[in-house]
Design a protein around this ligand. Sequence first.
Ligand code: HGY
Ligand code: MN
Ligand code: MN
Length: 429
Amino acid sequence: MRTLTTGLPDGFDAQALGQRVMDRCDSLAEHTDEPGRITRLFLSDATASVHAVLRRWMSEQGLAVRVDAAGNVIGHRSASPSLATTKTLVLGSHIDTVPGGGKYDGVLGVLIASAVIEALGSAVLPFHIDVVAFSEEEGVRFGLPYIGSRALAGSFDPAWLNRRDRDGVSLHGAIEHFGLDPDQIPKAALDPERFLGYTEVHLEQGPVLEHLKRPVGVVSGIQGQSRVRLRFEGDAAHAGTVPMDQRRDALVCAAKLAVEVQDYGRSVDELRATVGLFEVWPNVRNVVPGAVEMSLDVRHAQDEIRMAAVDALIETAERLSAADGVRFAVVEHQTQQATHVDGNLTAALVEALQASGVELTEMPSGAGHDAVAVADLGPVSMLFVRHPGGVSHHADERVWPDDVATAVEVMTRYVLGLADQCHEGTLRP
Ligand code: HGY
Ligand code: MN
Ligand code: MN
């Protein structure tokens, strides 16, 4: 049982639990759709093999394992049968990656949640715990982030099922091919009345904790994000015969906008503006590009600044395309407001962090996370783990075992602290 002095279960061994997380991150990194680098897309073959491993690990922990219709793997730990309870605390993160991603983005949060289950052992809790491995956070395969977490939050839009990936496979077809039933997605939604909250552990993906020499930090909010797809249409033409002053080159116009995006991003404090994707048609060396589609990713903690930036950049695109005689259109505009973390859950995280002897850092998240989608369901909070070098979405992604051990300790104290709050009546399970 838990000893009051340490606030941790008897025999708690953070280092051993942290090392197992590190070893398991190494193991899951082997499951990739592209040999030689880590690429694991939504419901791909590599995802299927990771599911098999996660299901085994979760079952070994005594969790009741299920996979919902959106491809989320969920390990359920029931509250003590002697305690009347209706709510579930959800812990986890995502298992999909960007192409050529790192070992820890997403997976670290799932495995730290699993380590907390290990640490809790037979501790009696007044709420259930679901450890969730979300199926799609990055939004790579269908250009849509948070598919799994939106299904859990009940905000999945059935129209998304018609989206197609680069190979023309629909989201509906991909889910069916994986052996799941898209029509059952509404059943993946948790009942808000039975939801205690969601806490996600994630590597920071930035330099702040390393700079401050802190192992973990509490997230104070997640900045809003606009994901826009723009299209420029000129005239495809022979690269050798058409004189330079008689061209309507879609790529040159798009490239001018990319430079303007960087200039605008540099001109507004704390704004992030990125062109990460260019698709060129016909994309051959001896044809003047007839059409280009490009991405525009704009982020800021304040929604009004982000939206003003998007409006300004679309106006710039219209000006550039008119000057070049090129047609311009906004193909798609996904907008995600800034996410507020829950005060009570975050206060409990702060308490657990300080009880673990860690100096407090509270910091915003520049990256999006599944917590953004789950916030539609109810209270969320996040814990960041120091990210040496701060390079993410890259094979060089790293974390230190000691910091992972610290994160496991903080999260174990956090869960037990929430249980205390339920016993004291300050939190209703
Ligand atoms: O793009 C993001 O912010 C996240 O890493 N998917
Ligand atoms: Mn990511
Ligand atoms: Mn992530």
